[in-house]
Design a protein around this ligand. Structure first.
Ligand code: SF4
Ligand code: SF4
Length: 393
C-alpha cells in the first residue's frame, strides 16, 4: 500500500509476521464474541485473505463485511499489541484498515453520523460552536477574560467536558485547580475544535488533518507552549496523531491534568487541604496507559491526598481492562460495549472501592452506566474532580 507517511506500515507484510500463538486472546472483543474473525490473529488472517494482491503502491482487495465488522468491533484498547510476542504493530494495522474502509466509502450509519457532526460543527454532539463554553455558565464561572488570551499554558477542554452535562464537573474542576495554583492559562473558547480523535478513529485522517491544523494555529496565535487536557482521547491525539500529521510544526508540550497536578504539587503551587476517607481505586484509561505510557502520575497525586485509602484494581497499569467504550465501539455496538464493560464492573465490585477515579470521559461515562446497571454504591469521578475536593475548592 501507499507508504507516503513513514508511520504507516505495510499491512500485509506486518500481518504475515503472526505466529498464531494466541496470546492476544486477551482481546476484550474476542473474549465476549468468541468468534475467530474477531480475534486479533483472525483479523490478520482476513487481511491476508483479502489483500493478497497488495503492492506497495496500491492496496487492492476488498474490505469484506466480516473484516469491516471485526475492525469496528475493536475498542482500540491496544491490549493485543501490548502482549504480542512478534511485536506486530497491530494498532497501526487496525488504523490503516479503518482508513482503507473510509477511502472506499465503507460506512455504517453511526460512523457517518459522527463524521458529519464533527465535520459540520467541529464537535461530536453536532451542537452550535457558540455553546462550547456553556459549561462555564452551568458552573457559575466567568471565562470571558481567560478565553483567547495570550498565555503559555492552554487548557484544551475537549468536546465531552464542553458539551456533555454529565461531564460539566470536569472542566470546572480543572479551572479551579489552575486558578488555585495561579497558573496563567488560556482556553480557545469557540475556536476550540474537536481534537479530531473520532474522525481519526473512523479512518478519516485527511479530514482530521484540518482539525489538527486549526487547533495548532489557535495555540500558536496565543503563544501557547504547553497544552493541558483532562481527556485521554485528546491527549492521545496530541501526543501520537498530531506529530504524525503535522510533523515538526507540532512542537507543543502536552500534559494530562494528572501530570500537571503532579508538577504543581511538587512545586508547592498546589496543596491538599482536605482529608478524603473513602476507599479509592483508579481505572487506567487504555489511551493513557497503553497508548501513551502514562502510568504513575495519577497514582502519585492520588496517594498524596491526606487520609487516602488507595488500592489498584486487580487488572491495572498495562494490564488494565478496557471499559468497552473506545474505538467508537459505543457508537457502533452498545450491547458489546456493555458486555465488555461488565468484566470491569466485576473488578470494581471486587475492589470494594467507594470511589472509582478516572482520567477519560469515555471511560467515565461507560463506568457510570455499568455501575448503575449493576446497582453498585460507587461514585465514579474524574481525577480532576478528586483533586478539586482535596484542595478544598
Ligand atoms: S485493540 Fe483491543 S479490542 Fe482491538 S483487537 Fe486489540 S485487543 Fe482487541
Ligand atoms: S500475539 Fe501476535 S503473534 Fe501471537 S497470535 Fe496474536 S497477533 Fe499473532
Amino acid at each position: 500500500m501507499s507508504s507516503s507517511n513513514e508511520w504507516q506500515v505495510d499491512i500485509l507484510e506486518a500481518a504475515q509476521q503472526c505466529v498464531y500463538c494466541g496470546y492476544c486472546s486477551v482481546c476484550p472483543t474476542f473474549r465476549e464474541l468468541k468468534w475467530e474473525t474477531y480475534h486479533p490473529r483472525g483479523i490478520l488472517e482476513q487481511i491476508k485473505m483479502y489483500f493478497l494482491e497488495t503492492t506497495k503502491e496500491e492496496l487492492k482487495g476488498d474490505i469484506s463485511k466480516s473484516l469491516f465488522d471485526s475492525i469496528f468491533a475493536c475498542t482500540m484498547c491496544k491490549a493485543c499489541e501490548n502482549i504480542c510476542i512478534a511485536d506486530i504493530p497491530l494498532l497501526k494495522i487496525w488504523e490503516q484498515v479503518r482508513q482503507e474502509a473510509f477511502k472506499r466509502g465503507r460506512w455504517n450509519p453511526a460512523l457517518l453520523s459522527i463524521y458529519n457532526k464533527v465535520k459540520d460543527t467541529q464537535n461530536i454532539f453536532g451542537l452550535p460552536k457558540e455553546e462550547r463554553v456553556s459549561w462555564a455558565d452551568l458552573a457559575n464561572m466567568v471565562m470571558t477574560k481567560r478565553t483567547q488570551r495570550k498565555a503559555s499554558v492552554a487548557y484544551f477542554v475537549g468536546c465531552q467536558a464542553s458539551y456533555s452535562g454529565k461531564m460539566e464537573g470536569v472542566a470546572a474542576s480543572v479551572v479551579k485547580i489552575l486558578r488555585k495554583a495561579r497558573v496563567d492559562f488560556t482556553i480557545l473558547g469557540n475556536e476550540e475544535w474537536c481534537c479530531g480523535s473520532p474522525v481519526f478513529l473512523a479512518g478519516g485522517y485527511s479530514v482530521g488533518k484540518t482539525f489538527a491544523k486549526h487547533n495548532l494555529e489557535q495555540f500558536k496565535k496565543l503563544g501557547v507552549k504547553r497544552v493541558v487536557t483532562a481527556c485521554a482521547g485528546c491527549y492521545r491525539a496530541f501526543k501520537i496523531v498530531y506529530p504524525r500529521i503535522l510533523g515538526d510544526k507540532w512542537d507543543l508540550e502536552v500534559l494530562h491534568i494528572s501530570e500537571f497536578v503532579a508538577e504543581l504539587l511538587e512545586q508547592k503551587k498546589l496543596k491538599y487541604k482536605k482529608t478524603i476517607k473513602e476507599k479509592i481505586t483508579f481505572k487506567d484509561p487504555c489511551e493513557l496507559v497503553r497508548h501513551c505510557g502514562l502510568i504513575e502520575p495519577p497514582r502519585e497525586i492520588i496517594e498524596k491526598i491526606p487520609g487516602i485509602r488507595y488500592e489498584d484494581l486487580p487488572s491495572n497499569r498495562e494490564e488494565a481492562l478496557c471499559c468497552g467504550g473506545g474505538g467508537l465501539l459505543k457508537l457502533n455496538d452498545e450491547d458489546l460495549t456493555r458486555q465488555v464493560n461488565s468484566r470491569l464492573i466485576e473488578e470494581i465490585e471486587y475492589s470494594e472501592a467507594e470511589i472509582v477515579v478516572n482520567g477519560c470521559p469515555t471511560c467515565l461515562d461507560t463506568i457510570q452506566q455499568g455501575v448503575k446497571k449493576k446497582g453498585l454504591d460507587v461514585e465514579v469521578i474524574d481525577i480532576a474532580e478528586l483533586v478539586r475536593r482535596a484542595i478544598g475548592e
